[in-house]
Design a protein around this ligand. Structure first.
Ligand code: ADP
Ligand code: MG
Length: 705
């Protein structure tokens, strides 16, 4: 048995949270800071020194030697540069520990090596990080020692966002302002703020670290680029929710403890569908904190794996032939006094505020489906979205039986008079309790599903930051709320106006509702008839960022400027090209240096055996060796041809100067050339002596953790 853990004691131990602030800050400073954190009031710069001092003392008492501004550049991961607290030595050769308000509030990392998409030339290298006090500072403990991490936003010298946090904070302000207008329309005068709440469910794979090190593809690309299916995959459905093996359990235990210390409310853990696949879900939090915490979850998953001789793969599709990994982004809107705008209550047909919010969100999702799709695009996710796997690349909304019935009533008769009730679930066994049943079943195939009091956006990739999807959700919701409030605030007869608006919006955007099987081919055809976009590849999704509708919306809510959007487009194309180029070069490397030499060795083994058998006993049957030799040699020569072809297109694409054109070429030429090279290699893996095959197999990786 492992030692007993006191979660309550552990939780938030390394966080400069409200309790610590209340204890350590003068009352007036604490009050001012809290006002900024909770009400979104402007930060009073005069309190920075006091807060910095308290933060430093607290950190040093816990063994911290360094601090860092922790930020989220457009690489999609986090970045940090550590500075120690020591000041320049005094005349007697001693140092004192210092941390000023200026150092807390502002950092100046050299920005020239982070992607800027042309927003900043290298000679204008200045970039600033700015303290985001709405996400608490925390202590990270690792081999380096203890480091005080300060969540920050990252901007260029001219104020353009170079990161994923700044637009998120801007989008939170946008949706706050517009959602409050909706609440006011219904007579609410007390709520002061509406914030998005997000709970991201994180999927991941765990493999043995020793085996990982034997696969260059996992090291360089984060996914396998070769690999034949083992005799067993996920078809028995025996891994999903299966009992957790000891080695993984020990790992999960430490992950939880590390996360709890950082104040991340890790809640649920289970085995996922594919062998070696797992999930971790935290309790939802305000979106800004949820995004930061999801980064910490990914970081801790990886770091703790190392301590257990394991490796955590966050890639969206580490293994062909079994499920990939995603991140379900559960999103809702909640006021500071606890009203969830997405809560329909028991009788949604009577809940006019909810129906207005629902119709606005349907409108927003329908109108900006391309943007939502784009927000979930990353290189790895191309293997999930639009491929043979969940969820489809078509954006549709599942609202469930109960709400669909209300929508039906409103659209057909203009009135909704009743709501289907959930009822009771009877198991037919006397000793089991009767369970109250939700009014609606679930739908696992929908990319955007209403699940009781929140929407679950299921497209997001497992390795991606959840910032972009939430920036889009917040902003498109803000736009729809604004358009509604603009009309309704002026209405003479509010009741009639709101009723008409709900009906009108539902009728106009009903096409985006789909409660059926999102994986079926008939849905693809049906969606096309409805005029819904089906954007299968990342390169085709990117242009959504700079359509007129997108620029107008983002500019009017001050979430992105046109220049910021354009820069993000450039970065997305560049990222795509670079990632595919790395994958192609890794394949070339592995085939040239590992797979071909192994296969050649096997052909000599076969040839030797053939010769020896024939000379020792001319009448013996050596046809197996001969057939194998012929078959292996054929695949070998196919592989050599495919290798040269891949080299050619990779070189050709690398030479293209324009980002969009280059990314398109990588997608249409290099990706198929990679598949053509993989094919003979995977066939050979099934034939060649396992002793000679240079890579751990899929079976070794996913069944023998
Ligand atoms: P599932 O049935 O999909 O497992 P859960 O109830 O376990 O759903 O929740 C999944 C995630 O959604 C969790 O992170 C949970 O905290 C989060 N969640 C629950 N309610 C809300 C809400 N109102 N807003 C945002 N996220 C929520
Ligand atoms: Mg879920």
């Amino acid at each position: 048995m492992s030692e007993v853990v006191n979660v309550a004691e552990l939780f938030g131990k390394n966080v400069f949270n409200e309790t610590v602030m209340r204890e350590r800050l003068p009352k007036s400073v604490f009050k001012k800071l809290k006002k900024t954190i909770e009400d979104g009031a402007e930060l009073d710069p005069s309190i920075a020194d006091v807060v910095a001092h308290a933060m430093k003392d607290w950190a040093i008492e816990r063994g911290a030697t360094h601090y860092t501004h922790w930020f989220q550049p457009l690489t999609g991961i986090t970045a940090e540069k550590h500075d120690s607290f020591i000041s320049s030595p005094t005349s007697d050769g001693k140092v004192i520990m210092e941390f000023s308000g200026k150092e807390l509030v502002k950092g100046e990392p050299d920005a020239s090596s982070f992607p800027s998409g042309g927003l900043r030339a290298t000679f204008e290298a200045r970039g600033y990080t700015a303290w985001d006090c709405t996400s608490p500072a925390f202590l990270r403990e690792d081999a380096i020692g203890v480091t005080l991490c300060i969540p920050t936003a990252f901007c260029s010298y001219t104020g353009e966002a170079l990161d994923k946090k700044t637009p998120l904070l801007r989008s939170m302000e946008a949706v706050d302002e517009q959602a409050l207008r909706i609440l006011r329309l219904f007579g609410n005068t007390t709520s002061k703020r509406v914030s998005p709440s997000v709970g991201p469910e994180q999927e991941y794979f765990i493999v043995d670290h020793e085996k990982y090190l034997q696969r260059k593809d996992l090291i360089y690309a984060g996914r396998t680029l070769f690999g034949a299916m083992p005799p067993k995959g996920q078809e028995m459905e025996d891994h999903y929710f299966g009992s957790i093996r000891e080695r993984i359990a020990a790992y999960m235990k430490e992950v939880n403890e590390e996360l709890w210390k950082l104040g991340v409310p890790a809640k649920t853990q289970h085995n996922e569908v594919a062998p070696a696949q797992h999930e971790l879900a935290p309790i939802y939090e305000q979106v800004n904190v949820a995004v930061d915490h999801n980064h910490l979850v990914m970081e801790i998953l990886k770091k703790v794996a190392g301590r257990h001789g394991l490796n955590c793969l966050l890639h969206e599709k580490p293994f062909a032939g079994v499920n990939g990994s995603g991140k379900h982004n559960n999103w809702s809107l909640t006021s500071d006094d606890g009203i969830n705008l997405l809560n329909p209550g028991e009788t949604p047909h009577e809940n006019i505020q909810f129906l207005l919010v629902l119709s606005c969100i349907l409108k927003a999702v329908d109108k900006h489906a391309d943007l939502l799709r784009q927000s979930a695009a990353d290189v790895g996710n191309d293997h999930r979205l639009g491929a043979n796997e969940a969820p489809p690349a078509i954006i549709s909304v599942f609202i469930g039986e109960q709400l669909e019935d209300v929508v039906d009533q409103l659209c057909s008769t203009g009135e909704a008079t009743h709501s289907k009730a959930g009822g009771t679930l009877k198991t037919g066994v006397k000793t089991l309790p009767d369970l109250s049943k939700d009014a609606t079943d679930r739908n696992r195939t929908s990319p955007f599903a209403f699940t009781g009091n929140k929407f679950e956006f299921r497209m997001v990739g497992s390795s991606d930051s959840i910032s972009s999807p939430n920036v889009v959700l917040n902003t498109i919701a803000a736009e729809a709320f604004k358009e509604a409030a603009d009309v309704l605030e002026k209405a003479e007869d509010f009741d009639t106006a709101v009723h008409d608006m709900i009906k009108e919006q539902l009728a106009a955007h009903r096409r985006v509702i789909f409660n059926g099987n999102g994986y079926s081919d008939t849905w693809v055809e049906e969606a096309e008839r409805r005029g819904l976009p089906n954007i299968k590849a990342m390169v085709d999704a990117i242009p959504a960022l700079t359509t007129e509708a997108s620029i107008n919306m983002f500019e009017s809510f001050k979430v992105f400027t046109k220049a910021e959007l354009e820069s993000r487009v450039e970065i997305e194309y560049e990222t795509y090209s670079k990632a595919i180029n790395i994958e192609a070069r890794t394949m070339i490397d592995m085939v040239g240096k590992q797979i071909i030499p192994a296969v050649v060795k096997y052909t000599t083994v076969l040839a030797d055996s053939l010769g020896k058998v024939k000379s020792a006993c001319p009448s013996a049957d050596a046809s197996v060796q001969e057939e194998l030799l012929i078959e292996v040699s054929e695949y070998l020569s196919d592989m050599k041809v495919a290798l040269s072809a891949l080299l050619d297109v990779a070189d050709k694409c690398a030479a293209i100067g324009e980002n969009k054109e280059q990314a398109a070429a990588y997608h249409s030429e290099v990706v198929p050339a990679m598949a053509a090279l993989r094919d003979p290699a995977d066939k050979l893996e099934m034939i060649v002596d396992k002793e000679l095959w240079p890579l751990p197999s899929y079976g070794d990786l996913i069944f023998e953790v």
